[in-house]
Design a protein around this ligand. Structure first.
Ligand code: C5P
Length: 232
């Protein structure tokens, strides 16, 4: 039994049936689940209720980004579903993030509220194109500091960014890291990957892992194996 599972499995599936079929092979004591825009749009809040009733902690990865009132209300509604974690875009600014914080607090629930800084799909020229002249690393740090100042609990970041962010933002700030690959698996379309143990050593709080577990012929065994490695 793990008190606070570090692994968050990305349920990148097109329908609730396929997602539930996969989830029935898992154990909620060993992982949490991430639901993103595709699955949430197809399945709606009912899937979240079902998964919570099975004991799973849910990261609702909808990356809200809108005017403050809208984001505040969306965060309040998401929190009321009983999710464990939800997120917004830090580039919405402090006003929007403070409204998100207030929305979550109004819900009476206590999910972790985190922000996305710079999407890892964006490179320097894409940042320049949208008017950001500083480096990607500087922008990630700037938005992470703004996230903390706005009262949020953490950010999504790459493992490469984690050491700098951990140092700048302190031990209590939550760093959620995708791009994780156990050493014996395919890297798929990720480019800079680290192993689960390296992710934690670099300062990550939680590891988002998709295909190494969802495409595994034996997902539960893979999950147990990764958890075992993390405890070494
Ligand atoms: O299958 P894989 O482990 O690559 O899945 C990683 C998950 O994390 C996917 O849901 C992907 O969209 C998400 N993600 C990511 N990189 C980011 C942010 C989110 O891979 N920077």
């Amino acid at each position: 039994m793990i008190d606070d599972p570090k692994i968050v499995i990305a349920l990148d599936y097109p329908s609730p049936q396929v997602a539930l079929n996969f989830v029935q092979q898992l154990d909620p004591k060993l992982c949490r689940l991430k639901i993103g825009k595709e699955l949430f749009t197809a399945a709606g809040p009912q899937l979240i209720e079902t998964l919570i009733s099975k004991g799973f902690g849910i990261f609702l990865d909808l990356k809200f980004h809108d005017i403050p009132t809208t984001v505040g209300k969306a965060c309040e509604a998401a929190s009321r579903l009983g999710v464990w974690m939800l997120n917004v875009h830090a580039s919405g600014g402090s006003g929007m993030m403070e409204a998100a914080r207030e929305g979550v607090d109004r819900s009476g629930q206590k999910p972790l509220l985190i922000a996305v800084t710079v999407l890892t799909s964006m490179n320097q020229s894409m940042l320049n194109e949208v008017g950001v002249t500083g480096s990607v690393a500087a922008q990630v740090l700037k938005l992470s500091l703004l996230t903390k100042k706005s009262g949020l609990d953490g950010v999504v970041c790459s493992a490469q960014e984690a050491p700098v962010l951990r140092k700048a933002l302190g031990d209590d700030f939550c760093l959620v890291t995708p791009g994780i690959r156990p050493s014996d698996t395919n890297i798929d379309d990720q480019s800079r990957v680290v192993t689960p143990s390296q992710g934690l050593a670099l300062g990550s709080s939680y590891l988002v892992i998709g295909r190494p577990i969802t495409q595994s012929p034996t997902p539960l065994e893979t999950l147990i194996k990764i958890n075992r490695e993390l405890m070494l």
